[in-house]
Design a protein. Sequence first.
Length: 186
Amino acid sequence: MAWGLEDDPDKVLPFYSDDAVLWGTLSPTVRADRAAFRDYFVTAFKVLPGLKVAFGDQLIRVYRGAAVNTGYYTFSYIKDGETKSLPARYSFTHVKSGERWLIVDHHSSAIPSRPRLTARNARRTTAGLRSGELRSPAVRYVTRYITSIRIPASSWVKSRISPPQLWPVPAPPRNRCRRAPARSYP
């Protein structure tokens, strides 16, 4: 589903309740009143001219008079004559007001880019794990697993790294926490 917003905040504001809260993708602060919402959308439409929003996967849960929508969307806009995109994740909380569902809480943030893993960063990460800097049981388990992977000797020579320590990988630590019983909401 895609929305062409036509750079008009007045087409967006009616979707929000009067007491709504917005933490927008482009905002360093929380917005909690209509004037702040208008300011946010005016600024967003200036920064992202020709803005269109395409919704991706969504998970919608409805609880009596409230609903939560979590997912991702992609903003597309035109900059310097070229179409650009900005993927973001969001969560909306809606409340039913009469026959309409209004947004009372909207949080959105840009999806971070994947970090580049270079051979140098991999060696630093492995060294940090081996030195015990990270001590949680899960990290210790993963460290033992990673360092126990059998790599052909020819690759050690090519990369000039020392061979991994080879020992059996233990079973992961058991979760001793009890799970709360599942609840259903009519």
